[in-house]
Ligand binder design. Structure first.
Ligand SMILES: Cc1cc2nc3c(=O)[nH]c(=O)nc-3n(C[C@H](O)[C@H](O)[C@H](O)COP(=O)(O)OP(=O)(O)OC[C@H]3O[C@@H](n4cnc5c(N)ncnc54)[C@H](O)[C@@H]3O)c2cc1C
Length: 532
C-alpha cells in the first residue's frame, strides 16, 4: 500500500489520484482503499439490468425517501411490479446530486448566499456527476431505455497542458501532455535498449526475447534504427505543422529527460491508469440532469416535492414518516407497508428515527467527502482558438485547482464554460469558506497562470461545495476498511420494514451506477420480505 501512496504522490497522476494520495495521508490506508472503491478503481459496475422478480406487489405500498437516482430507480421498478409507491423529496426538484447548473439554476449552501447561475442560454456546468464510464452498464441501461441522447465526454486529451507550480526546471511552464508522454517513453525505451545492448538483461531474457524486446522498444520509443537513440517523434507535436507545397513541417526538440524527472511530470495522467476512466466516456447531451429528468418524467407523479422527512417510525404492521412541507411550513405524516430510505447517511443521521442503537451507530459511522467544483463561463473559447484544446483535462498541482477541464460540448461556438477547479478534502474545505465571488477570484487568479486569457475573457461563475449543500452534506460516502467491516452489512440489511439504498450502499460510491445498482438490490429484498 505504501507503494501506492508514493505512486499517488505525484500530482500529475490526476486529480482523483492526487485525492487518493491526500486521502491516504489524512486517513491512512483504510481510507485509501475506500477511496479507490469510491472511484470504482478496479471494481466495475457488474449489474446491467434490473433484477427479474416474479410475483406481484399489488395491494402493498412502499414509501421511498429521496428522489435521487436511487429513489427514482426503485420507484420505477417497484411500480412495474404492481406496488403503490410514493416518494418524499425535500428539494423542489428531482435528481438529488444529478444536477446541472444553467441559466436560472439557483443554490444556497448552508450559511451561504444565494447563487443564481447567469450563464448564457445553452451553456452549463455539470457541478455534480459529469461522466458516464462505458463500464457503468446500469446507468447506460436507463439512458438507452429512456432514450437520453449521449455524446462523448473527452476524458483524456494529450494536447492539453500539465503545469507544475514548483517542481524542477519545468516549474511555472505549461507543457503539452503529449510532449511529456512521448519524451518519457522515448527516453525510458532508449535506456532499456541500452541495458539490453550492454547485456544487463542476459539473466532475465534469452537472446531471442532480447531481439523481440529491442524491436518493441524501437517502435514504442520511436528510437532511431541504427543507434537506438530517442531524438523526438512527430507525436510530441510540431513547431510548425506540415502543410501544402514546400512545407514539410518543423519538428520540435524533446524535453530534457533529467528535467522531466526533476519536474515529476513523468507520471502524467493516462486513462490506462484507472479502469473506469478509459474511453469511451459519455455525457448526456445538454447536461447530466437529462437522466434525472427522464426518470422524473416516468415517476414524477408519485413524488411529493418540498417534503422534508422529520421522523421515521415503524411497528409490525408498517412504517410512518412525518414531514415538513417546506413550501407551506405545515407538517404531515404518511404511512406505508415498507420504506426505502435513500437519504444520504450524512443527513439521515440527523433525522429522528426509532432504529436500534446498533443501526443508528452504523448510520453515523460513515464519513462524507468534502468536494468543490466551479464552472467559469468565458466570453471566448480561447482554449480552442489559441491553444487548440477541445475537451479534456489540464492537470496541475496549483493548490485548490487540481484540474481545469474543457467542455465536451459546443465546440467552436463563441462562449464556453470550463471547470475551473475540482477539489477534495482540505482544499475543498478551505475554498468553501469563501463567498462565491471570492471562489471565482481564487479560481481566476490561479488558473490564469496556465491560461493568461482568463482575465480578459471571464464572464460569470457558478460554484458548489457539496459538503455545504443541505440535503447532501458531502460529495459521496467515504468508507474505510473498518467501517465497511463494522457498519456496511448492518446497513445493507436494513431494519424491519425499512431498507436503505443509495450510492453509499455500494462499492461504486461516488458514481450514479452505485445508486442505481443499490436500488436494484434493495427492491429485490423488499419484494422478498413483502412476498413472505
Ligand atoms: C462532485 C461530484 C462528482 C460526481 N461525479 C460523478 C460522475 O462523474 N459520474 C457518476 O456517475 N457519478 C458521479 N457522482 C456521484 C453521483 O452523483 C451520485 O453517486 C448519485 O447521484 C447519488 O444518487 P443517490 O440517489 O444515492 O443520492 P442523492 O442523489 O443524493 O439522492 C438523495 C435524495 O434524498 C433527498 N433528501 C435528503 N434529505 C432528505 C429529507 N430529509 N427528506 C426528504 N428527502 C431528502 C435529497 O434531496 C436527494 O434528492 C458525483 C458526485 C459528486 C458530488
Amino acid at each position: 500500500m505504501e507503494q501506492n501512496v508514493k505512486q499517488y504522490k505525484s500530482f500529475m497522476s490526476f486529480t482523483r489520484r492526487d485525492f487518493l494520495y491526500r486521502a491516504a495521508a489524512v486517513g491512512g490506508t483504510g481510507l485509501l482503499l475506500n477511496t479507490m472503491n469510491a472511484w470504482g478503481m478496479g471494481i466495475a459496475s457488474t449489474a446491467s439490468a434490473p433484477p427479474v422478480l416474479s410475483g406481484s406487489g399489488k395491494g402493498k405500498k412502499v414509501l421511498i425517501l429521496g428522489a435521487g437516482l436511487a429513489g427514482m430507480t426503485a420507484a420505477f421498478e417497484l411500480e412495474k411490479l404492481g406496488y403503490k409507491v410514493q416518494i418524499l423529496e425535500a428539494r423542489a426538484f428531482a435528481g438529488g446530486r444529478c444536477q446541472t447548473a444553467r441559466k436560472g439554476f439557483s443554490l444556497t449552501e448552508l450559511g451561504g448566499e444565494k447563487q443564481t447561475c447567469a450563464f448564457d442560454q445553452g451553456q452549463y456546468i455539470n457541478h455534480g456527476p459529469w461522466r458516464i464510464p462505458l463500464f457503468h452498464r446500469s446507468t447506460l441501461h436507463y439512458t438507452k431505455l429512456f432514450e437520453v441522447p449521449l455524446e462523448v465526454m473527452v476524458n483524456e486529451n494529450d494536447h492539453a497542458y500539465a503545469y507544475s507550480e514548483n517542481a524542477g526546471p519545468l516549474a511555472g511552464k505549461r507543457v503539452r501532455i503529449k510532449e511529456i508522454k512521448a519524451d518519457m517513453r522515448g527516453n525510458v525505451a532508449e535506456l532499456l535498449a541500452k541495458s539490453v545492448k550492454n547485456h544487463a538483461l542476459d539473466q532475465e531474457l534469452t537472446a531471442d526475447d532480447q531481439r523481440l524486446l529491442l524491436d518493441y522498444l524501437q517502435h514504442e520509443g520511436a528510437l532511431s534504427a541504427g543507434d537506438l537513440k530517442y531524438k523526438g517523434r512527430s507525436g510530441r507535436g510540431w513547431a510548425t505543422n506540415p502543410g501544402a507545397g514546400m512545407n514539410p513541417g518543423v519538428a520540435t526538440d524533446p524535453l530534457g529527460f533529467k528535467d522531466l524527472l526533476a519536474s515529476k511530470l513523468g507520471a502524467v495522467y493516462s486513462a490506462v491508469h484507472d479502469f473506469p476512466m478509459q474511453a469511451t466516456m459519455f455525457q448526456p447531451v445538454g447536461g447530466m440532469d437529462a437522466i434525472a429528468k427522464a426518470f422524473e418524467k416516468r415517476v414524477g407523479r408519485n413524488i411529493r416535492y418540498k417534503t422534508e422527512v422529520q421522523t421515521l417510525r415503524q411497528n409490525a404492521e408498517g412504517v410512518t414518516v412525518t414531514f415538513k412541507d417546506t413550501g407551506s411550513g405545515k407538517g404531515g405524516s404518511i404511512s406505508a407497508d415498507y420504506c426505502l430510505c435513500t437519504i444520504p447517511l450524512s443527513v439521515l443521521r440527523r433525522i429522528d428515527t426509532d432504529f436500534s442503537d446498533q443501526f443508528k451507530q452504523a448510520v453515523a459511522s460513515v464519513a462524507y467527502a468534502p468536494v468543490g467544483k466551479i464552472g467559469l463561463q468565458m466570453k471566448r473559447r480561447f482554449w480552442e482558438e489559441d491553444d487548440h484544446i477541445y475537451g479534456g483535462h489540464n492537470m496541475t498541482d496549483l493548490k485548490g485547482i487540481n484540474t481545469i477541464s474543457m467542455p465536451s460540448y459546443g465546440f467552436q461556438k463563441q462562449k464556453g464554460v470550463l471547470l475551473g477547479y475540482y477539489q477534495y478534502q482540505t482544499q475543498a474545505i478551505e475554498v468553501s469558506a469563501l463567498s462565491p465571488k471570492e471562489r471565482a477570484e481564487f479560481a481566476l487568479a490561479a488558473g490564469q497562470k496556465i491560461f493568461p486569457q482568463y482575465t480578459e475573457n471571464f464572464d460569470s461563475a457558478f460554484s458548489v461545495a457539496w459538503h455545504r449543500v443541505q440535503y447532501n452534506l458531502g460529495g459521496w460516502a467515504e468508507w474505510t476498511e473498518k467501517t465497511r467491516a463494522a457498519a456496511y452489512p448492518t446497513l445493507l440489511e436494513g431494519e424491519g420494514r425499512i431498507l436503505l439504498a443509495g450510492e453509499h450502499l455500494s462499492y461504486l460510491t461516488g458514481w450514479q451506477a452505485g445508486a442505481i445498482e443499490s436500488a436494484w438490490q434493495q427492491i429485490a429484498k423488499i419484494h422478498e420480505r413483502a412476498s413472505a
